[in-house]
Write a protein that binds this ligand. Structure first.
Ligand code: FMN
Length: 232
């Protein structure tokens, strides 16, 4: 199975350990492409909007963003691993998600995203992980991913893996291995109801805009080229 992994920290700590255990538990023979942030995208979105108005390859950070996006499109499984920072995902993960807004359903979605599965692995010293997971999950849903599963690991005893008690370390790794079992079935999921609903609403929106405008926006042109909307 082709897998793209994005890790929202360069530390070889708990996030790394959890991510490695997850990948190991999937078994051998997978084609895995990994990205670490901020190393593989060391920039925030500058807000220039050139992706929205013209073309995503003109983004000043396209040399970083396009390989990540292409790898995601090529993969059957997407893995996002992130520590919780201030109850959210890390800023470097958010920077990647911001750069991918152009591919949200409201702009220029790629239908190859509709049958992918995603795993979101978060960890925090405490139990509260939902905010960080939602940061990633919301983006993946709007990018069209149909099946998204989350695992939040509360470290509880500290934030350095080797300093956790042996019992806690074992418990954590057992949970991760159990979670990975859910991804061993490699059949692509059917397009989810939520994704279908969002696509239908966006289609209506783009169709209406295309009827009104004399010059089509880059988004409307894309939808027309895909044959998803009719142009006058
Ligand atoms: C800047 C920073 C902010 C953090 N914020 C939280 C937090 O809000 N809640 C929490 O439970 N843990 C928090 N943590 C702990 C991390 O979520 C994580 O468990 C810890 O960094 C271990 O992962 P790592 O070894 O991959 O860095 C924070 C850690 C850092 C470095």
């Amino acid at each position: 199975m082709k897998i793209t992994v994005v890790t929202g920290t360069e530390q070889k700590g708990c996030t790394y350990r959890i991510k490695e255990t997850f990948l190991g538990a999937l078994g051998p023979g997978h084609d895995i492409t990994e990205f670490y942030l901020p190393r593989d995208l060391p920039h925030f979105c500058s807000g220039c909007k050139v992706c929205f108005f013209k073309y995503e390859a003109l983004c000043p950070h396209a040399d970083y963003v396009v390989p990540i996006w292409n790898s995601m499109l090529d993969s059957e499984l997407l893995v996002f691993a992130s520590p919780v920072y201030a109850l959210r995902t890390t800023a470097q993960m958010k920077a990647l998600l911001d750069h991918l807004c152009v591919h949200w359903m409201v702009h220029r979605p790629d239908e190859r995203m509709f049958h992918k599965r995603a795993a979101i692995l978060t960890n925090a010293v405490g139990a509260i992980q939902k905010g960080a997971q939602r940061d990633i999950q919301t983006s993946l849903t709007w990018l069209g991913v149909s099946q998204i599963r989350t695992l939040g690991i509360g470290l509880m005893e500290g934030i350095i893996f080797n300093q956790l008690s042996e019992k806690r370390q074992k418990e954590i790794l057992r949970k991760v291995v159990k979670f990975a079992e859910k991804f061993k079935n490699q059949a692509p999921p059917r397009q989810g109801l939520k994704v279908r609903g969002l696509f239908a609403i966006c289609k209506m929106m783009h169709q209406q805009a295309a009827r009104k405008e004399t010059v089509l926006s880059a988004d409307n042109e894309y939808w027309a080229k895909k044959g998803w909307i009719k142009t006058p």
